[in-house]
Design a binder for this molecule. Structure first.
Ligand SMILES: Cc1cc2nc3c(=O)[nH]c(=O)nc-3n(C[C@H](O)[C@H](O)[C@H](O)COP(=O)(O)OP(=O)(O)OC[C@H]3O[C@@H](n4cnc5c(N)ncnc54)[C@H](O)[C@@H]3O)c2cc1C
Length: 509
C-alpha cells in the first residue's frame, strides 16, 4: 500500500488534522488507528455516554505507579478507538490560560503564544451559550454549560459553598479574564459525548476521496532510508505489512508516540537499544519527561436528602482559583465536586471534592522495554514528589474541607475518607494526599517541541513538530507540549490539531 501522508492515531489531534488537511482536495491522507472505528453512528453506549468516562472497553490498559514506593495501579486510561481519548473522556472543555501559551512563546516557540492560538480555539468550537470576543459559533465541537436547572444537588451546593467562602462567580470558565465558580464548559450535548470522531469525522468528511481511515492497525515503527522516511511497518489483526510513504505525522498520544519513535531508532541511545532498534537519530528528549496533573480528593458520605443516584453526571461545576504558591499563571488550580462515584474498590455511594494541581513543577518518566507495541510502557508518574506541588495539593484539600463545612454543604454529607480528624491536621493531610493522589489523565510533554536554538536535551522537534535530524517525520499531538497547560488537555490538543491541519492544508507542512 502507498499513501502521500500518513497520520498515525485518530485521537484529539490526529482526527482533526486529517479532517482539516483534506478540506483541500489536493491533500491526500491515510489515517491509521489501532482501535476500532464506528463510522455509521452505531456507537457503543460507553462512547455515547458523556456523563462519565469510559474506562475499560476502549482502553490500552496501561499501569502506572503514581508515587515512588506505591504499587502499580491500573488507572491510566487512554482511548483506543477512532476518536482516541476524546472518545472516552469526561468532556470538560477548558482552554487553559493565556499565560500557558505565552510561556511556550517565551521559550522561543513564536507560533504558540496565546494570540496565535486563540483563533484556533475559536475555530474548533460552536459555543452554544456565550457570544463574546472569546468565542465562536462556527466550529465543529459544540460546547455548553449545565444551566442551574440541570445541576444535581451536590453540584448546586458546591456553587453555593464557593459563594459562601467569598469566591467570585464566573459564568464562562473559558473567559481568560474570569476566575471563580460556575458551570463547567463541556463538549457534551444531551448527555452525549462530542468526541473528535463525532464532530470532525462526519459522514461528508469520510466521503472525501482524499481521506482513507484504516482502523484496527497498530503501527510498529517508522521505516527509514538513511534519515529519510520511507514508510511504516504496521500490523493489522496479526498480519504485518509495510505502507510506503514519504510523510508521516505521529499523533498516537503522549504514551505511544515516544514508543513509536524509539522502536524506529529515534531517541536516547540507551532507550533505543532497550527496544532492540537500530539507531537512526539520537534525541535525548524523546520520552525523557512525562508531564501530568496530579489529582487529589476527599470523599464524603452523602445524606439521603442529597438524592444522589449512580446515573448522576459525574462533573458539572468547577472552582478555578490561584494557589498561594502559584507560578506566573493565575487560575492554576481546579477544584470540582464529583457526584456519586462508582469506585472499583468500594460499594458505598460516596461524593467527592477533587482537585487538580494545574502547573506542577514535578514530572514523571515513561520507559519502553520491548519492540512489541502491545507491551505496556513502564510509567512512573512521580506525582507530588516536588515540595511546592505537594504544598498546593494540601492547600487545595484544606479548601475542599472548608467548602464541605460551609452552611450549604455541612448538613448534606459527612467526611468519610479521610475521616474528619485527618482533614484537620496538616501532617495527616500530607500523608493522605501521598496515599490518594493519582493521575489527572492528562499525560503530555513526552516528545517536546522547542525553538531552533533549544538544547538537544530540551526538545525533540522544532516549533512545527518536525522531528530533529530526520526528513519526512512530524509529531503533532499532546506529546509536543513543552510545559503542561493549567487546565485539562483535550481542547489544547484539538487546538494543536487545528493548527497542524491548517498548515498541512495550506502546504506549510
Ligand atoms: C479517561 C480520560 C478522561 C479525560 N478527561 C478529559 C476532560 O474531561 N477534558 C480534557 O480536556 N481532557 C481530558 N482527558 C485528556 C484528553 O482526552 C487528552 O489529553 C487528549 O485526548 C490527548 O489527545 P492525543 O491526540 O494526544 O491522544 P489520543 O486522543 O489518546 O489519541 C491517540 C490515538 O492514537 C492511537 N494509537 C496509539 N498508539 C498507536 C499505534 N501504535 N498505532 C496506531 N494507533 C495508535 C490510540 O488508539 C488513540 O486513538 C481525559 C483523558 C482520559 C483518558
Amino acid at each position: 500500500m502507498e499513501a502521500k501522508t500518513i497520520v498515525v492515531g485518530a485521537g484529539s489531534s490526529g482526527a482533526v488534522i486529517a479532517a482539516r488537511a483534506t478540506e483541500d482536495a489536493g491533500r491526500e491522507v491515510l489515517l491509521v488507528e489501532a482501535g476500532p472505528d464506528y463510522p455509521s453512528g452505531d456507537l457503543p453506549p460507553d462512547l455515547v455516554d458523556g456523563t462519565r468516562n469510559s474506562m475499560r472497553r476502549h482502553d490500552w490498559g496501561h499501569l502506572h505507579r503514581a508515587r515512588p514506593g506505591r504499587r502499580m495501579l491500573f488507572w491510566f486510561p487512554r482511548g483506543r478507538v477512532v476518536g482516541g481519548s476524546s472518545a472516552v473522556n469526561t468532556c470538560i472543555a477548558l482552554r487553559g490560560q493565556p499565560a500557558d501559551y505565552d510561556e511556550w512563546a517565551s521559550r522561543g516557540l513564536r507560533d504558540w503564544g496565546w494570540d496565535a492560538c486563540l483563533p484556533a480555539f475559536k475555530r474548533l468550537e460552536n459555543d452554544l451559550d456565550v457570544r463574546s470576543a472569546w468565542h465562536s459559533q462556527d466550529g465543529p465541537v459544540p460546547i455548553r454549560r449545565h444551566p442551574a436547572s440541570e445541576l444535581v444537588r451536590w453540584q448546586a451546593l458546591f456553587l453555593d459553598a464557593c459563594k459562601a467562602l467569598g469566591f467570585p462567580r464566573a459564568d464562562d470558565s473559558n473567559d481568560p479574564t474570569a476566575t471563580g465558580w460556575g458551570p463547567h464548559a463541556m463538549n457534551k450535548v444531551g448527555g452525549e459525548r462530542m468526541s473528535v470522531a463525532r464532530c470532525y469525522l462526519t459522514a461528508p468528511v469520510r466521503a472525501r476521496a482524499n481521506l482513507r481511515i484504516q482502523p484496527l492497525t497498530i503501527v510498529r515503527r517508522v521505516l527509514f532510508e538513511g534519515r529519510r522516511v520511507r514508510g511504516l511497518e504496521v500490523e493489522t489483526q496479526g498480519r504485518v505489512s509495510v505502507i510506503v510513504s514519504r510523510r508521516v505525522v505521529l499523533c498516537a498520544g503522549a504514551t505511544a508516540t515516544p514508543g513509536i519513535l524509539l522502536r524506529s531508532g529515534i531517541g536516547p541511545r540507551r532507550s533505543v537499544e532497550r527496544v532492540g532498534a537500530d539507531p537512526v537519530m539520537e534525541l535525548p528528549a524523546v520520552g525523557a519527561r512525562l508531564l501530568d496533573h496530579p489529582g487529589v480528593a476527599i470523599f464524603l458520605r452523602p445524606r439521603r436528602s442529597l438524592h444522589q443516584t449512580m446515573r448522576d453526571p459525574l462533573i458539572q461545576t468547577v472552582l478555578r482559583y490561584t494557589s498561594s504558591k502559584a507560578s506566573s499563571c493565575p487560575n492554576d488550580m481546579i477544584l470540582q465536586p464529583g457526584s456519586v462515584l462508582p469506585l472499583p474498590f468500594m460499594t458505598l455511594p460516596l461524593v467527592s471534592l477533587m482537585c487538580s494541581v494545574g502547573k506542577p513543577r514535578g514530572f514523571g518518566t515513561i520507559e519502553f522495554t520491548s519492540p512489541d507495541p502491545r507491551v505496556r510502557p513502564q510509567i512512573e508518574s512521580r506525582l507530588l514528589v516536588d515540595d511546592q506541588d505537594r504544598h498546593r495539593a494540601v492547600e487545595a484539600m484544606r479548601l475542599a474541607a472548608d467548602l464541605a463545612e460551609t452552611a450549604p454543604m455541612r448538613g448534606e454529607a459527612t467526611f468519610f475518607w479521610p475521616p474528619g480528624r485527618a482533614v484537620a491536621s496538616e501532617t495527616k493531610m500530607r500523608t493522605w494526599i501521598g496515599r490518594i493522589c493519582d493521575s489527572g489523565y492528562h499525560p503530555c510533554g513526552t516528545v517536546p517541541m522547542g525553538a531552533d536554538d533549544a538544547r538537544d536535551t530540551d526538545a525533540a522537534t522544532d516549533g512545527r513538530g518536525r522531528v530533529r535530524g530526520v526528513e519526512g517525520l512530524w509529531v503533532a499531538d499532546a506529546s509536543l507540549m513543552p510545559t503542561i497547560p493549567s487546565a485539562n488537555t483535550n481542547l489544547t490538543t484539538i487546538m494543536m490539531g487545528e493548527r497542524f491541519g491548517e498548515w498541512m492544508k495550506t502546504g506549510q507542512m
